[in-house]
Every structure is written in structure tokens, then in C-alpha cells.
Design a protein around this ligand. Structure first.
Ligand code: ATP
Length: 336
């Protein structure tokens, strides 16, 4: 990832044996979650309904407290932090967006800066900058939420969470309510945004494709409210930790499902250039794929036997997790 453009680049987050048992419930909603998130990492929590995703976000955000275990942000126990200070460190985006209907978009985004006592000028500049960041410049600041589409409202939700430049973002199914096309666009925008802002992000989804597409690492959660595997997308695809993870991604199914995801801005022509790239990949990837092609970009187009692009993974993920060699078709000789 490029160095963060903002001065509050991401900080680390640690969960140590974090468990939540709601009063009167026989089983934990979150069972002994332990993980270490690096500064600037984008972590996906993926799992079925009721596995404890939202509960974990609320504990990190200190809306509720764990029954046992500790959560620290930048090395500090969240329970030792003043809630207002914590609020400055965490941007929270939820599916229901929760924009205030009687406030303009500009006022909605300015909520946290106002709470923090920023000057009018600083707040107005920040609102303008954020609207540009989420590609809603123009008269959007003066409009009301009802005058925006669902996807636009989601972007305002993201802008609002970014307002005070928090080093940590918690995003709970932020694109959950949007149609597939809008969702794809938001995902692509979000990836670009994340590259430029360098926050530490925990992103909840129940959509494995979304997890694969966006995450640096993925925590796969199960119905029994445990973390079954925490690793890079490529490592999880190549070596699922157990039967649960295997069934969750399906044998090769995740890659087939990736066929629904366009490669992005660099469309590949038909891959007829046999010399373009040959890589060795782990067995269950090899089942699904013949070629991995790099076309000068830092991510790899994954191409099936028919030469159709079925997804993309970053170079880093592929080479770290699978130890593959990659050829770059944009370079003479093709090897990098
Ligand atoms: P979804 O994908 O459906 O949003 P989730 O993974 O976010 O699910 P949580 O909302 O964290 O799941 O809930 C985990 C478990 O805790 C569920 O079984 C839920 O019924 C239970 N639960 C959540 N909130 C409470 C509460 N306030 N009191 C009792 N049980 C709760």
C-alpha cells in the first residue's frame, strides 16, 4: 500500500480472547476472538447471520463491553479510553446509513467536526474535500438525504465517518442494502479511496466475494461464533483451514463466483498470447485456472481456460500466499 496521504494513518488493533455472552443467552455471541490487525490493513469479517460480526464491531467501538478478553487500539485498551477520545479515533459506517433527514448533506458530514469544536472554515473546507473524495461535488452539500439515491447516501455515510480523519474505520455491511451494480461501483470506489487514505479498516460482510475482492486479510467466522481462519484471500482459497471454511468458499466456487466481478478499469482482451504468462499455483486454484496475467498493473487478472477474466488479486497476495512466479505482459521478456 502507498504511504497514507493523511497524517493520521492507520493504527493497529488487537483482540485478545474477546468473548461476549449476552445476558440469558446459552452460547456466546462472540467466542474468544483473537487477532492482530496491522496499521493500514483492510480486514474483512465474513460469516453467516448471527455469527457475531456486529457484536464485535460494537465492542471495538465501545457501544457494548466484552464479557471477557481485551481490545486495544494503537496499544491502548479501549476500556481505558475516554469515549469521546475513542469517537475521534473511529469512524463507524452502518448499513442503515443513519443520515439525519432534516440536515443537509453538508451538515450531516459536519456532525463530528462540530462535536469536536472545529471552526466554521475548517469544517466547511473538510466537507468540500470529502464530497470530492466520494465524488459528490457540485450542489450535493446543500441537498437533503431524501434527494439522493441509496448509493449516494452510502457514500455520504462513508464521508461522514471520515470527517474527523479517524485512523480506524469500522464498516458494518456498508454496501449491504444496495443493488449489485451500485455495490460493485461502491466497492471499486472504496478500494481506490482506501489506497489513498491508508486507514485501518474492519469491514463486515456476509458476501464472500466482497471479502475476497476487498480484503488484505479475511476472518472467516462460523455459526458457532468462532474465527475459523484468518488469512489472506489467496491463502484461504488455496488452503482452507478446515471443512467449514472449505464448505463456506465451496471447492473452487469462490473463483467461479469471482467470474461475476469485472477486472476493473483494465479490460483484458482475449488471452491468446500463449507466451504471456505461465505460473504455478496451488492445486485447487490450478483446477480452476490456466493463466495468471499481469498487465503492468499491481493486481493480477485471473483468467480461466476460456480466456475470460474471472477476477483479480493483488500481486502481493498471490506471490506471498502461493509463491507463484508472475509474468508481466507489458514488459519486454515478460518476467518480473
Ligand atoms: P447479521 O449478519 O445477521 O447482522 P451478526 O454476525 O452481525 O449477524 P450479531 O448481531 O453480532 O450477529 O449477533 C450475534 C448473536 O448475538 C446472535 O445470535 C444474536 O441473536 C445475538 N444478539 C445480538 N444482540 C443481542 C442482544 N442485545 N441480546 C441478546 N442477544 C443478542
Amino acid at each position: 500500500r502507498p504511504a497514507a496521504a493523511s497524517d493520521s494513518s492507520g493504527v493497529g488493533i488487537r483482540l485478545d480472547g474477546v468473548t461476549k455472552v449476552y445476558p440469558g443467552q446459552p452460547t456466546p455471541a462472540v467466542d474468544a476472538f483473537s487477532m492482530s490487525v496491522e496499521p493500514g490493513e483492510l480486514i474483512m469479517f465474513v460469516g453467516p447471520s448471527g455469527c457475531g460480526k456486529t457484536t464485535t464491531m460494537k465492542m471495538i467501538n465501545r457501544i457494548i463491553e466484552p464479557t471477557s478478553g481485551t481490545i486495544s487500539i494503537d496499544g491502548r485498551d479501549v476500556l481505558s479510553l475516554d469515549p469521546n477520545e475513542l469517537r475521534r479515533h473511529i469512524g463507524y459506517v452502518i448499513q442503515q446509513i443513519g443520515l439525519f433527514p432534516h440536515m443537509t448533506i453538508g451538515e450531516n458530514i459536519a456532525v463530528v467536526p462540530k462535536l469536536l469544536g472545529w471552526s466554521k472554515k475548517r469544517t466547511a473546507d473538510r466537507v468540500e474535500e470529502l464530497l470530492e473524495t466520494v465524488q459528490l461535488s457540485g450542489d450535493f452539500a446543500q441537498r437533503y438525504p431524501r434527494q439522493l439515491s441509496g448509493g449516494q447516501q452510502q457514500r455520504v455515510g462513508v464521508a461522514r465517518a471520515l470527517a474527523a480523519d479517524p485512523p480506524v474505520m469500522l464498516m458494518d455491511e456498508p454496501f449491504g442494502a444496495t443493488d449489485p451494480i451500485t455495490r460493485e461501483r461502491l466497492q471499486a470506489e472504496f478500494l481506490r479511496l482506501q489506497e489513498s487514505i491508508g486507514k485501518t479498516i474492519i469491514f463486515v460482510t456476509h458476501d464472500f466475494d466482497e471479502a475476497i475482492r476487498l480484503g488484505d486479510r479475511i476472518a472467516v467466522l462460523s455459526e458457532r461464533s468462532r474465527i475459523e481462519q484468518f488469512d489472506t484471500p489467496a491463502a484461504i482459497l488455496a488452503a482452507p483451514a478446515n471443512d467449514y471454511v472449505r464448505s463456506f468458499i465451496g471447492h473452487g466456487a469462490a473463483l467461479k463466483r469471482l467470474a461475476l466481478i469485472p477486472v476493473g478499469e483494465a479490460p483484458l482482451g482475449p488471452v491468446t498470447d500463449a507466451g504471456a504468462a505461465r505460473v504455478s499455483v496451488a492445486d485447487n486454484l490450478r483446477d480452476a485456472l490456466d493463466l495468471l496475467v499481469v498487465n503492468g498493473s499491481p493486481s493480477i487478472a485471473v483468467v480461466d481456460r476460456e480466456g475470460r477474466a474471472v477476477g483479480s488479486l493483488t500481486m502481493e497476495r498471490i506471490s506471498a500466499a502461493l509463491g507463484v512466479e508472475v509474468a508481466d505482459i507489458s514488459r519486454p521478456g515478460g518476467v518480473r
